[in-house]
Design a protein around this ligand. Structure first.
Ligand code: SF4
Length: 432
C-alpha cells in the first residue's frame, strides 16, 4: 500500500511519524493532508536508508538539487561528490538527471549513497539508449519508455518526472499561438519530436494507467512535469502552459483514484508580477496537490547569476504557496554545474525557501531568525555560526577576518554599534 492508501485507511506510517517529528507538526493532521493529496512523502519501498521528508501544505518548503552526468561530462565520482555537497548544504531531495556514461550505475550508486529522496526523469535514459542502440529518438518504442521507468523505479527512485500533460491538443495550442522560445524542457522536446514524427499521442498520457500501476507497486511519487513550461518571460502564463496544467489537474485525480501520490511541476521563467497568479492557478486546477517550481527565474538576463534570479522567484512563489523549489546554479543556461556550483545553488535556494517559510508564519523558521537576532545582540558568534544557512562560509569569513580587539567584527571595529549600546545600557558610560 502507498503512503496515500495508508493515510486514507487512517494508518499513521513510520514515514509520517518521522516527517511530523522533524517538522514539529501534529502527526494526525499530517496524515489527513497526505490522505487529501495535499502532502506527499516520496519514499519508494525499495529505497533503503531513506530519511523520509514531506512536501506540501503546512510543511517547510523543500529544496531540490539536480545533479547527473551529461554526454559531454560523465564522471561518476564527481556526481557522488555533488550529492554529498548538496545534502551537506541542505538539499531535501536530489534529482539524478544523468544522460552520459553508465546511467544505470550512476543512479544506483547515487541511491546507495543517498539519505534523501532521489528523483529522475526516465525519458532521458530511454532516449539516450534508443539513440545509442537504434540510431535515434524516433526509433524509441512505447515499451522502451515503460521498461526504463520500471527499471529506475525498481532500483528505488522515490519520485519521477513524467511529462504526461504534454498532449497533441496542448501542442496545437503552442503552434497556433507561437512562442519566443518554443519548448525548453528536455523531456518535453523529446516527447514532442516523437509525437510529431509518429503522429501519435504522448504515450505517458495515452498509457497513464500503465504508469499508475508501476507507481503504485513501488509507491513512487509522480512529479507531473511541465514539458511546455515557459523558457522566457515573454512566453509565461500562455495558453499552451495553462492547457498542459489543466490536463495535469485531470491526471492528478486519476492518480489519486489509484492511491498514487502526485505533485505538479511548474515554471520556469515568469515575471515577478505573474508568480502569484501561477501558484493560484496550479492550486485551483490541480486540487491543492503540492507545487514543485523550477525556479521560477524572474529575468532572462542573469546568465552567470541565474541562481539569484531563481531565488528571488522561489521566495515569491513560496510565499504564494509553492511547496518545493528546484534550485538553479550559477551555470544555468551555460554549462553543466560543478561541485561548487551545486553548493551555491542549494544555499541560495535554501535562503529563498526560508524567507518564504517566515512569510508563511512557520514557527520553526521564525524561531531560527529570532535566535539568530538574539545571538547577534549578545555577540555570540558560535551560536550565529550554528544558525547560519551557510555556516561553512560564515565561519570562513569570520576566521579570515578576525577583529583587532574584543568580540566584535571588522565591519565597525571598536565602533561596534551593538557593543556601544550594550555597554552604555550596562555601565552608563560611552565606550568611545
Ligand atoms: S562590529 Fe558592526 S557589524 Fe560587527 S557585530 Fe558590531 S555592529 Fe555588527
Amino acid at each position: 500500500m502507498t503512503q496515500l492508501a495508508k493515510a486514507r485507511a487512517g494508518t499513521i506510517t513510520p514515514e509520517m511519524e518521522v516527517v511530523a517529528d522533524n517538522e514539529q507538526v501534529d502527526v494526525e493532521t499530517l496524515r489527513e493532508k497526505v490522505a487529501q493529496g495535499r502532502v506527499v512523502i516520496p519514499a519508494n519501498v525499495k529505497h533503503e536508508g531513506l530519511e523520509p521528508c514531506g512536501v506540501g501544505e503546512g510543511l517547510l518548503i523543500k529544496v531540490n538539487a539536480n545533479i547527473g552526468t551529461s554526454s559531454d561530462r560523465a564522471n561518476l565520482e564527481e556526481e557522488l561528490t555533488k550529492l554529498e555537497v548538496a545534502i551537506e548544504a541542505g538539499a531535501d531531495t536530489v534529482m539524478d538527471l544523468s544522460t552520459g556514461g553508465d546511467i544505470d550505475q550512476c543512479r544506483r550508486k547515487i541511491l546507495e549513497a543517498s539519505s534523501v529522496a532521489i528523483g529522475t526523469v526516465p525519458i532521458y535514459q530511454a532516449v539516450v539508449e534508443s539513440g545509442e542502440e537504434r540510431g535515434g529518438l524516433t526509433h524509441l518504442t512505447v515499451d522502451d519508455i515503460f521498461q526504463v521507468i520500471e527499471k529506475q523505479v525498481a532500483d528505488g527512485v522515490d519520485f519521477i518526472t513524467v511529462h504526461c500533460g504534454l498532449t497533441r491538443a496542448a501542442l496545437e495550442q503552442l503552434k497556433r499561438q507561437g512562442r519566443v522560445t518554443d519548448i525548453v524542457s528536455r523531456g518535453g522536446s523529446f516527447l514532442t519530436t516523437w509525437m510529431l514524427h509518429h503522429d501519435r499521442e504522448n504515450p505517458l498520457y495515452e498509457y497513464f494507467n500503465r504508469l499508475l500501476s508501476i507507481a503504485k507497486a513501488y509507491d513512487v511519487t509522480l512529479s507531473l512535469g511541465d514539458g511546455l513550461r515557459p523558457g522566457c518571460l515573454a512566453d509565461a502564463t500562455d495558453r499552451a502552459q495553462i492547457h498542459e496544467l489543466m490536463t495535469l489537474g485531470e491526471l492528478t485525480k486519476r492518480a489519486w483514484d489509484e492511491d498514487v501520490q502526485v505533485m505538479i511541476e511548474g515554471p520556469g521563467h515568469v515575471p515577478l508580477n505573474q508568480i502569484k497568479a501561477n501558484v493560484l492557478l496550479q492550486k485551483q486546477l490541480c486540487h491543492n496537490a503540492p507545487f514543485y517550481v523550477l525556479g521560477p527565474l524572474v529575468t532572462d538576463a542573469a546568465a552567470g547569476h541565474d541562481h539569484v534570479a531563481c531565488a528571488i522567484g522561489g521566495a515569491v512563489a513560496g510565499e504564494a504557496g509553492a511547496d518545493f523549489l528546484c534550485y538553479v546554479t550559477p551555470t544555468e543556461h551555460l554549462c553543466l554545474p560543478g561541485v561548487e556550483d551545486v553548493r551555491e545553488g542549494v544555499i541560495v535556494t535554501k535562503i529563498a525557501a526560508h524567507a518564504a517559510d517566515i512569510a508563511r508564519g512557520h514557527k520553526l523558521a521564525m524561531d531560527r531568525d529570532r535566535k539568530m537576532s538574539e545571538a547577534r545582540k549578545n555577540l555570540d558568534w558560535e551560536t550565529q555560526m550554528e544558525l547560519a544557512i551557510d555556516p561553512k562560509k560564515a565561519r570562513r569569513l569570520r576566521e579570515e577576518n578576525p577583529p583587532s580587539e574584543g568580540d566584535v567584527c571588522t565591519m565597525c571595529g571598536k565602533y561596534c554599534a551593538i557593543k556601544q549600546v550594550r555597554d552604555y545600557f550596562d555601565k552608563k558610560v560611552a565606550p568611545c
